[in-house]
Design a protein around this ligand. Structure first.
Ligand code: ADP
Length: 448
């Protein structure tokens, strides 16, 4: 059927050339429908031409044979002439078919398809033209019927039509045509109005969606810039704060070492507080600095997750032994990722799983991975203290902690780092938990 597709494309490119449809609205579909009518009408009338011509000559109506041939030639011109405009093509088709209907009526009367043609024409015209022109097709049918009524009444012609019909029977038959034409135009118009409304609404929605998409894109850009500014600020602030902090620490050290004898017990305890506070501040500032640096020197590599975790467990050996933690690692995949950052992520999760254990219960930690919708989901499961529902989002915000440092040491930076690292990979992180039973920290990494 290659030739059919080619023929289809040729007719379409001829008829629809020079017509621009911004959106595929009703006028586009009317024009497309017209093309389709031509595509089917041309071969069908070619096939019908030979028997039509033979029958016309046999019945002694050579004019009908000539007109049949002319219609096919006209259809060929409408389909293949590249210079005709689309409205002219449509007008030519309609005129051609009206003439055919009239000739068929005159020469064949009720035995021919003349009345059927007039009805079909009303449908064609309603399909390919706007309603204002479609209404004219009803008027045209009325006019043709009235003219034939005169012809029949005054016996102006001697044809099968005038022989078969009396004025009364013609009025009875032709009024049906007019009535059906009106019903068709009205119903199709209703359908088209509905379609037009739907298309317009859809195009409006599309425009709105596009606009909202653009606004969203702008907001994302703005947020990215703000994020970068914030990171830059955090980096500079934590970097610059280190220097005065170092001075404070060394003066506290000096005071402790050199002036200890001259100080009373209260002053010494104040100095101890000062020393602890500056150590904590150093830890916070270092954490913040590390946080702001995450991803700065990232390098994408094929990462063997199994190997990363084995290395990590070796590094955490002392902590694991001391807490009597039992750690199980499932089969983990190799994926393109940022190795240094990922190691940090696992280190934070495993350290937390050990740290937030229940009193008197040795930590049991399970690290697993499973494939899900183009992602790998990694999970670190523990049997620790768990997290209440209302804190499960909050803990990923930097410096957010749920316990005093006297109970559990820490800076509140670890999970914020994990979130940043997961997002750096295009993934996300979340926690599921049952208070006093344990938690599962999950994060995703896209497969590609
Ligand atoms: P840090 O460990 O320094 O406190 P994180 O950002 O790593 O900071 O964790 C934030 C808070 O989330 C912790 O203070 C703790 O309350 C809670 N948390 C983290 N991991 C766990 C865990 N495995 N079990 C229970 N709570 C946890």
């Amino acid at each position: 059927m290659k030739w059919w597709t080619k023929f289809n494309q040729l007719v379409e490119s001829n008829t629809l050339a020079n017509t621009a449809h911004e959106i595929r609205g009703l006028s586009y579909w009317r024009d497309k429908l017209f093309t389709n009518i031509i595509v089917y009408l041309l071969p069908v009338s070619l096939i019908a031409l030979v028997p039509g011509v033979i029958m016309s000559i046999k019945d002694g109506i050579p004019l009908l044979a000539v007109y049949d041939t002319l219609v096919v030639v006209f259809l060929g011109i409408i389909a293949f002439n590249r210079r005709l405009s689309l409205p002219l093509r449509k007008a030519l088709l309609v005129i051609c078919l009206y003439l055919l209907a009239i000739i068929l009526l005159v020469y064949l009367g009720s035995f021919g398809p003349g009345l059927l043609y007039l009805l079909a024409l009303t449908i064609f015209v309603t399909l390919i033209f706007p309603i204002s022109i479609a209404l004219w097709s009803i008027a045209m049918n009325v006019a043709i019927c009235v003219v034939f009524a005169f012809v029949i009444h005054f016996e102006l012609l001697d044809t099968p039509l005038t022989r078969i019909y009396t004025l009364g029977s013609w009025i009875a038959v032709s009024s049906n045509l007019v009535f059906l034409s009106a019903v068709i135009v009205a119903s199709l118009n209703l359908l088209f109005n509905g379609l037009q409304a739907t298309i317009e609404k859809e195009s409006q929605l599309q425009k709105q969606l596009k606009k909202e998409g653009q606004t969203l894109e702008k907001m994302l850009e703005m947020m990215e810039t703000k994020n970068q500014e914030l990171e830059q600020f955090a980096y500079i602030a934590s970097h610059d704060l280190q220097e005065p902090l170092r001075t404070i620490s060394s003066i506290v050290d000096l005071l402790e070492k050199q002036q200890r004898d001259k100080l009373d017990a209260t002053a010494i305890s104040y100095l101890n507080f000062l020393s602890q506070a500056s150590s904590r501040m150093r830890a916070l500032i270092t954490g913040l600095l590390e946080y702001s640096r995450i991803g700065k020197e990232r390098q994408l590599e094929l990462v063997d997750f199994q190997a990363i975790l084995q290395e990590l467990l070796t590094d955490l050996d002392a902590t694991i032994r001391e807490s009597k933690a039992d750690i199980f690692i499932d089969n983990l995949p190799s994926l393109p990722a940022y190795p240094i950052e990922l190691r940090q992520l696992f280190q934070n999760l495993v350290s937390n799983a050990v740290k937030f254990r229940r009193a008197g219960i040795a930590p049991k930690i399970k690290i697993t991975a499973k494939e899900e919708n183009g992602h790998w989901v990694f999970s670190v499961m523990d049997n620790g203290i768990g997290i209440e529902e209302q804190f499960r989002q909050k803990i990923f915000v930097i410096f957010q902690r749920l316990h005093p440092k006297s109970k559990y040491e820490g800076t509140g930076i670890g999970l914020a780092q994990c979130k940043k690292i997961a997002e750096l990979h295009g993934g996300k992180i979340w926690v599921e938990s049952k208070p006093n039973q344990g938690s599962i920290f999950n994060f995703t990494i896209p497969k590609n």
